[in-house]
Design a protein around this ligand. Sequence first.
Ligand SMILES: [Zn+2]
Ligand SMILES: [Zn+2]
Length: 200
Amino acid sequence: MALSIQNALLHALLFFLLCPFAEWALHRYIMHRPFRILFWWLRYPFRSHAQVHHDIYRADHTYHAQPGDTGEKIPMAWWNSLVIVAIGCTMISSYFNYFGWKWLPLALVIMFGYYGVYEYIHWCMHLPRQRRMELWWAFKKLNGHHLLHHRYMHKNFNVVFPLADLVFGTLMIRSPIAFAQARGPAVPDVQPLHEATPRG
Ligand SMILES: [Zn+2]
Ligand SMILES: [Zn+2]
C-alpha cells in the first residue's frame, strides 16, 4: 500500500512537471505564432491571444481591466481545456502504454487542475479585486512574471510555474529598461534595479 502511494506521488510529480513545458510550448508556438498556409484553424489561438488579449491588456495601467471591462477576453474558451488535455494525453500515450492506463485519471486530474489554476490566477492578475490570494508572495511573483510577458511577448511564457522559462532561457525577472508599468498592491516592481535604487 505504502509503495503504491509512493508510486502515485511519483507519477503525479511527473505529470505535474510536464504541465509547465506544455504550457510554455502552447503559449510560445501556438498562441504567439500565426499559421498562414497549413493549419489555418491554428490561427484561432493566435488571434484570440496575441492579437486580442495582448492588445487589450498591455504592461501599463491597461494590464488591469479598465472600467466597463467585464474580463470577457481574459480566459480562453471553456472547450480549449478539453482540446489541450486531450492533446496532452495523446502525446504521452506511450507513457500510459508502458506504465499502465490506470494512471490516466491521475494525469487528467493534474492537467485539468493545472489548467484551472492557470485560468484562475490569470483572471485575478488582470481583474484584481483585493482577494486575499492576491497578497500572497507567490501570486505577486507570478503577477510580475506575467506583467513582463505583456511587455516582452517573447519572454515569460509560463503563467503558473515558470520552470520551462527557466530551462529554455526565456525567464525574465526584471525589465532591462524602465517602462511605465501597471501598479497595485499585487503588482511587484519589475523595473531595472539601478532605476529602482535611490541615487546618492
Ligand atoms: Zn502571451
Ligand atoms: Zn495575460
